[in-house]
Write a protein of this length. Sequence first.
Length: 253
Amino acid sequence: MAADAPYTPHERSELGLTADRSPRHVAFIMDGNGRWAVSRGEPRIEGHREGAKTARMVIEESARLELEQVTLFCLSSENWKRPADELQMLLRLLEEYLIRERDEVVRRNLRFSMIGRREGLPEGVLRELDATADAAKGNTGTYLCLAINYGSRGEIVDAARRLASDVAASRIIADEIDETAFAARLDTAGMPDPDLVIRTAGEMRVSNFLLWQISYAELHVSPKCWPEFGRDDYFAALREFGARDRRFGGIKS
Ligand code: IPE
Ligand code: MG
């Protein structure tokens, strides 16, 4: 069997990861690329380059664990505040990454999509996103979702605007608006909510990421910067998730 084939039940239990305590959807706030590079006396972009390897690892391991979905926060709608040269290199890196990893998406049978606003993204990034989505069409495995030029408040405002125009066009009446109707107009319509959010570099905040969708998610913060976050760290987070008692506002059964 290939070294990167899905984990068998035996391998899972050796890793301490039983399927019934596994999250369906893990979302990552990848942070600390810049700090990692600077601490080594390298330019920040080297951190982003190295961080791409961690992204590959978590995608690969999520697929091997047969998770339903993995979401990566690649670029926030607030990241435009960064210096132009870092942004340009970051977007270039993203474009290269999409090209380089396309075969992997196909080989691993990953479903693929992006969330966030397309407006403002360079032509090249949009083209490669579309090409990967196209190549992944018909795939049935783990869903890889990239949040790019994404901000949760903006997404919620967009959903409110869609609802308002649907009311104006009599497609729905105001009294029918409920959580399901609202969620169906978010970028994440049809996706399961994340059960686990993993953030690196020790920051204790959610930074405008999936605010609606993470209402009941468990949070795991790693002190490690994203480029040094390894497979063992990911598995430790999954084991910790498995040990938590999730009550969703109820009481222990
Ligand atoms: C995360 O690393 C990567 C992106 C937001 C694209 P940072 O670039 O935020 O690294 P720090 O936080 O400055 O160390
Ligand atoms: Mg940061």
